[in-house]
Design a protein around this ligand. Structure first.
Ligand SMILES: [Zn+2]
Length: 269
């Protein structure tokens, strides 16, 4: 007998998969929220604060400088591998991820939409120049010698915990091309997902015959709305998540198990 989850996946021909932070915790990237969907720590920096306050950018980049080496070295885990195998089986319409770590792509998934952008890239808010985050790390260090020697705890999004530090001497490099503000190429809290990206997701959803949520509590509306739309359209929706999700009332199937174990049947024997 296949498990209920295996039966759900086997029935689908064009599965719309939505993934969240729970996919990456096994890769050493911590989750923001606990099993009840509550913040485990202080909420992250908002778009408005990042763009409007130089002190916020100093604090953000100082913490990012410390957190990046570990975040940048994170490796895909069994959940990423299983979802790449699902695509290889020809049953995937698209994989929409709320994660910004690019681990699905590193595991071999190709039909991926990074709903909230990608942390391995920097974007100039003036001229749209893109810079690899790894290159920007060298620029940050060149402007702030010695800062990489500080020890700090790891937080989500390559951030690091630095309580009560003075960041006023931290130098934040501007765009080398136009001098404008550089920002991670991710959608911050308080910022909208680009319209063309939303339209691409909707087009895939219209082609899908089922929805599978993996490792997300769907507490962020930008992801939840697609599950809501799928349920309204009558698509079967399943969720694999250890805690409760915002969509629990809309689900046809809920599996509260660790993602990698529950999806291991997809991996080639
Ligand atoms: Zn620029």
């Amino acid at each position: 007998m296949p498990s209920p989850l295996a039966a759900f996946i086997d029935r689908a021909q064009r599965l719309f998969v939505l993934t969240g932070a729970g996919c990456s915790t096994d890769s050493g990237i911590p989750d923001y929220r606990d099993a009840d969907g509550q913040w485990k720590r202080t909420p992250p920096v908002t778009y408005q604060a990042f763009m409007g306050e130089p002190a916020t950018r100093q604090r953000y980049w100082a913490r990012s400088l410390l957190g990046w080496p570990r975040f940048g070295q994170a490796q895909p885990n069994g959940t990423h591998a299983a979802l790449a195998a699902l695509e290889a089986r020809g049953q995937l319409e698209v994989l929409l991820t709320q994660n910004v770590d690019r681990l699905h792509q590193r595991a071999g998934s190709r039909a991926v939409i990074d709903l909230h952008g990608r942390l391995d890239q920097i974007r100039c808010m003036g001229c749209e120049l893109r810079i690899p985050r790894e290159d920007f790390q060298h620029l940050l260090l060149a402007h702030n010698p010695g800062w990489d020697q500080l020890e700090a705890a790891q937080a989500p999004d390559g951030d690091a915990d630095l309580d009560d530090m003075d960041f006023s001497s931290f130098q934040v490099p501007a765009c080398p091309h136009c001098g404008s503000i550089l920002k991670p190429d991710v959608v911050f809290f308080g910022e909208s997902v680009p319209r063309d990206r939303v339209a691409a997701v909707q087009a895939h959803l219209a082609q899908a015959d089922a929805v599978l949520v993996v490792g997300s509590s769907l507490m962020v509306y930008s992801g939840f709305r697609f599950v809501q739309a799928a349920a309204s359209a009558g698509l079967p929706v399943a969720a694999l998540n250890l805690g409760r999700t915002r969509a629990d009332a809309l689900l046809n199937l809920k599996i509260a198990e660790p993602c990698a174990e529950a999806l291991a049947f997809l991996l080639p024997a």
